[in-house]
Write a protein that binds this ligand. Structure first.
Ligand code: ATP
Ligand code: MG
Length: 425
């Protein structure tokens, strides 16, 4: 992509409304643009990042055998009445449709997926099933001041699973947990993200949250030193502040818990980047979803639901992995792998060298943003740092003469000169 043709203008100053670091950087870098609090447009660079994150989520969901579908955002009031949530969900956006019909904008999809499942599930032979979608959610959040971290319109992947037995749900649930950790590792948040016990709601003792440590987070989590993950790998594991006061719950979570052990827990601020629940039969009962068991008797499938927030994860990466010069994208989610800077567009041999490097990178299937604009070198460097692609390739008159390219790693700042056609990775 040529920078001169890109739908992008980086900015030095942005509206005072954007107080959070992620929104400041993403807006200045032309990744997103605020329409109102908690509602954003994604520009070409922003959409590339979001799409990459969603593709990673998709790959990991497909890898555990769940199937992608797409459910609507517009819901009739009746399905929300069926489960008793029309009035109970305080963030539900309600609106009027044609014929004065009451409608809602979906904040989650149990009310749609459970009746949908009844068109497929009749017998125990039809189970288990797991379907997900990646889609825009709406929540009338009271506070929407954290950029992409808390949107009123935001992206979510929500997966729903249906099982004949609790054991079958438990096995699948652990697989989702492992898949989520893989997602956080791939998008560069693995080291800072850990699994947290949270209060579970009606049908299971706990739900599990995935919390990424950052001072920008709104949640408080307590780390349990020395815990291991579902695969037996030593890992940080935490407890959400809602259950920390509950001695009985602590005893259930901490092996060999003794009163006073909570003093060993380490407190952190964090942002919830994922949340998984065992729903039991709450929704299959409410929606009348049944299957015939081996004896032909009707039973309600046992359900799980599993949410992850791609737009919040994008905001979290921007918040955490940035520095004083701008964004620093991890390889797998960067909009482009390389920013190619032509230091002197007015010089024919420099431009020729830059153009041929641009072609070579494209032929090698490397995503490259080519800064071919007729602007100062200082502006190009500042822009490349702000945009935060992992590698910067600089071609100037001297390099063009010697046939070398200067490569800079955006994260470490390390520089190296390489002959044209050699890559630093
Ligand atoms: P929170 O406690 O932060 O309000 P939640 O527990 O209500 O979130 P869930 O219903 O568990 O959120 O949604 C699943 C995932 O969707 C969350 O883990 C988060 O990653 C994302 N998410 C939820 N609400 C928002 C939002 N307002 N903006 C962006 N992402 C969100
Ligand atoms: Mg949650």
């Amino acid at each position: 992509m040529r920078r001169s043709q890109l739908f992008l203008k980086t900015r030095k100053d942005i509206s005072k409304e954007e107080v959070s670091r992620n929104a400041q950087l993403l807006t200045r870098g032309g990744y997103v643009n605020q329409v109102m609090a908690g509602v954003y447009s994604y520009l070409p660079l922003g959409l590339r990042v979001l799409t990459k994150i969603e593709q990673i989520v998709r790959e990991e969901m497909n890898a555990i055998g769940s199937q992608e579908i797409l459910m609507p955002a517009l819901h009739p009031r009746e399905i929300w009445e069926t489960t008793g949530r029309w009035d109970a969900v305080d963030v539900l956006f309600k609106l009027k449709g044609a014929g004065d019909r009451d409608l809602a904008l979906g904040p989650t999809h149990e009310e749609v997926v459970t009746p949908l499942a009844s068109t497929v599930i009749n017998s125990y032979r039809d189970l288990p099933q797991a379907v997900y979608h990646i889609q825009t959610k709406f929540r009338n959040e009271a506070r929407a001041k954290s950029g992409l971290l808390r949107g009123r319109e935001f992206r979510m992947k929500d997966l729903y699973s249906f099982h004949t037995t609790q054991e079958d749900l438990d096995t699948f649930y652990d697989r989702v947990m492992a898949a989520y950790m893989k997602i956080y590792r791939r998008i560069g948040l693995g080291e800072r993200t850990f699994i947290t016990y949270a209060s579970g709601g009606t049908f299971s003792k706990y739900s599990h949250e995935f919390q990424t440590l950052t001072d920008a987070g709104e949640d408080i989590v307590y780390e349990i030193p020395g815990h291991t993950d579902v695969l037996g790998v030593p890992e940080r594991f935490g407890i959400n502040s809602e259950i920390i006061e509950d001695q009985e719950a602590l005893a259930g979570i901490l092996p060999n818990y003794k009163a006073g052990d909570e003093a060993k827990l380490v407190k952190h601020k964090a942002i919830e980047v994922g949340n998984i629940f065992k729903l039991g039969t709450r929704f299959s009962k409410a929606c009348g979803l049944t299957f015939a068991d081996r004896d032909g008797k009707p039973q309600h499938p046992i359900m799980g639901c599993y949410g992850i927030g791609p737009s919040r994860m994008m905001g979290t990466i921007a918040e955490i992995l940035s520095d004083d010069k701008g964004l620093v994208w991890p390889d797998e989610v960067a909009p482009f792998r390389v920013t190619l800077i032509n230091l002197k567009t007015s010089d024919a041999s420099t431009t020729q060298a830059a153009e041929s490097l641009y072609t070579a990178l494209q032929q090698a299937k490397v995503d490259v943003l080519y800064d071919d604009r007729d602007t100062s070198a200082g502006e190009k460097f500042a822009d490349a740092d702000l945009l935060g692609c992992p590698w910067q390739a600089v071609v100037g008159p001297k390099g063009a003469e010697k046939g070398v390219v200067e490569w800079t790693n955006r994260k470490t700042g390390a520089k190296q000169e390489l002959p044209v056609g050699q890559w630093p990775w």
